[in-house]
Design a protein around this ligand. Sequence first.
Ligand code: ZN
Length: 265
Amino acid sequence: MKKAVDGLILRELPIGENDKLLTVLTAKEGKLLLTAKGARSMRSKVMPICRLFTYANLEYYEKNDRRWLSGGSVNDSFFGLNSDIEGFALAAYILQVADEITGEGVEAEDILRTTLNTLYCIEKKQKPNAQIKAVYELFAAVASGFAPDLDGCADCGCRESETLWLDVMNGCLICSDCLAKRTGNLPLPEEDAYRARNILLPLDASAAASLRYVCQAPLSRLFAFSLAKGESMTQFCRAAETYLLNHLERGFDTLAFYQSVKETK
Ligand SMILES: [Zn+2]
């Protein structure tokens, strides 16, 4: 029996002479693996729907415990991503993070929708790439169950301290006064009493407000805030990246690629 599903191509792996194994992100079933026979041949009718970044309606059938792509049509190819290397590199990183935080057979409606919105935002250059990247990283951390508690300092509850510190591994904030009390003004040891690494990142008022906004905003409004380039943006972006990578406990080759093309610009 033929089935059809809307899905975003997260990964394409060449197999055999002419085939591809696709990892597709869908709303209801999370990640699906689809074998696309002949997809690397120029004459293949499924070739246009088997490309990275493509959001397509995919028709498939099941046989021998595998799913085989039989046809379909493109909903959005995000073709504009190909015109800018930095945007392309960022989009590739976004897909790799989406791949990491989703599973086969696990519903992923919010993650699919937010990933599509993020690709659109990059393609249309609606916000600076650094901001888009940080927003998606925080979204991914929250979607994976690692939402930080950003209400106020974890020790005294204050919100108005000039500088707050993001305690990355404990997922909370601490103000400068309480940090000084904790350490007795000595340099922070590498690990805390619970043997978690001590990673504390400074946040000024704007950077802290942006972190709070993204972690609490409705998904359709995630990108709807402005932050001028400068120290606050730098702190916000560093916090988002460090937070996600340390909670996922891994790095990404696409992130290294994004950083290399960003630096040469
Ligand atoms: Zn405090």
